[in-house]
Design a binder for this molecule. Structure first.
Ligand SMILES: Cc1cc2nc3c(=O)[nH]c(=O)nc-3n(C[C@H](O)[C@H](O)[C@H](O)COP(=O)(O)OP(=O)(O)OC[C@H]3O[C@@H](n4cnc5c(N)ncnc54)[C@H](O)[C@@H]3O)c2cc1C
Length: 319
């Protein structure tokens, strides 16, 4: 069997591509290595989206939430219902390990099978690979690049690294659940991009000293019971139980490069694709969702990238 389209990744945008393919009567398959919308599943337990529910909708299925901004739990319920209502063809817990191209047909070697397709969409997101601190001790179990629940850190001395939305949310939530929070921040201040309704909260907690913050500072070494921080030209050591490195994530570049997708040669490492069709420099290879932004991981969201699906499918059927 040769599919018209295989979509790699069953996140929100992979589902959007599946819906568009189904509406166009394409013979398609979505392949997801974890559970459905696994990035959202792995978001902080108490997370609330900054988008209103209507902006996260797919396939004209209404997203009704308890307040205007839905929670992670509501989003999981919603995207399950979308997959169910559309009876999307999706293989879960199957990882795409390698993609070869023979003539004009792609061969996708997965953890369970081999599939063939005329076109592929990479909707693989960026949440699998954290940006590392690259310091001694980063491999200790107390250093975490993903955050789930503040209860784990109650009455513990924690360091939160970063100054963007995730770091700020983690710092505030843990502080309010009894953690002793220190932020280590490379920049001079909390990022301007932090949600406008949250920024004054963190700035005031820092000002009043409830949350300690070292600005223009970086961790230089992590040990079992303490951490060394460079502040200006001094090294200070503070007692510590956990380090939560909220330093962002990056797309799987090895995967893109193996397929021969060009990347911009600046720090942004943006993969090349046609803005109108989302086809990359490799014929038949399309990009959808947040992977399109490369290291600019705050450029694409569900609300603005769900439209990629229709552009891709329109191009495929026009060929
Ligand atoms: C805390 C937080 C809050 C956010 N709030 C909002 C918001 O309010 N509004 C908004 O629009 N966006 C928000 N976002 C961003 C939004 O979650 C992402 O834009 C969205 O998840 C991107 O969808 P995607 O399908 O492109 O990628 P993902 O959701 O990351 O999906 C990619 C999928 O590909 C799978 N995959 C990767 N490699 C393979 C492989 N080799 N084989 C098979 N499967 C593979 C992964 O397991 C994953 O399930 C938020 C993000 C975070 C972190």
């Amino acid at each position: 069997m040769i599919y018209d389209l295989i979509i790699v990744g069953g996140g929100a945008i992979g589902l959007a591509c599946g819906i568009a393919a189904q509406k166009a009567n394409l013979n398609y398959l979505i392949i997801e290595k974890n559970c459905l919308v696994s990035s959202i599943y792995n978001y902080p337990t108490n997370m609330t989206f900054f988008s209103t529910a209507d902006r996260l909708e797919l396939g004209n299925i209404p997203f009704i939430a308890h307040s205007d901004k839905p929670t992670r739990r509501e989003a999981l319920d919603y995207y399950r219902r979308v997959a169910l209502d559309y009876k999307l063809k999706i293989n879960l817990y199957e990882k795409v390990e390698k993609i070869n191209k023979n003539e004009n047909i792609f061969e996708l070697i997965t953890s369970k099978n081999i599939h063939y397709s005329k076109n592929i969409v990479l909707a693989t997101g960026f949440y699998d690979i954290p940006n590392l601190l690259n310091v001694k001790g980063e491999n200790l179990p107390k250093v975490l690049h993903y955050y789930s629940d503040p209860h784990l850190y109650a009455f513990q001395k924690i360091i939160v690294v970063g100054a963007a939305n995730s770091a700020v949310d983690v710092a505030l939530e843990c502080f309010r659940r009894g953690a002793e929070v220190t932020m280590v921040i490379r920049e001079k201040q909390i990022r301007e991009s932090v949600k406008y309704w949250v920024k004054p909260d963190i700035e005031n907690r820092i000002k009043e000293g409830s949350i300690k913050a070292y600005f223009e500072a970086e961790i230089v070494e992590i040990r079992e019971n303490d951490v060394d921080i460079r502040v200006e030209n001094n090294i200070i050591s503070i007692e510590n139980n956990f380090v939560l490195a909220m330093t962002g994530y990056q797309p799987n570049y090895a995967f893109l490069e193996n397929l021969g997708v060009f990347l911009s040669d600046d720090d942004r490492k943006v993969p090349f694709y046609d803005q109108n069709t989302h086809e990359t420099n490799q014929k038949g290879v399309y990009l959808a969702g947040v992977v399109c932004g490369g290291m600019e991981t705050n450029k694409w969201f569900i609300e603005n990238s769900r439209y990629h699906a229709d552009m891709i499918v329109e191009h495929i059927i026009s060929k």
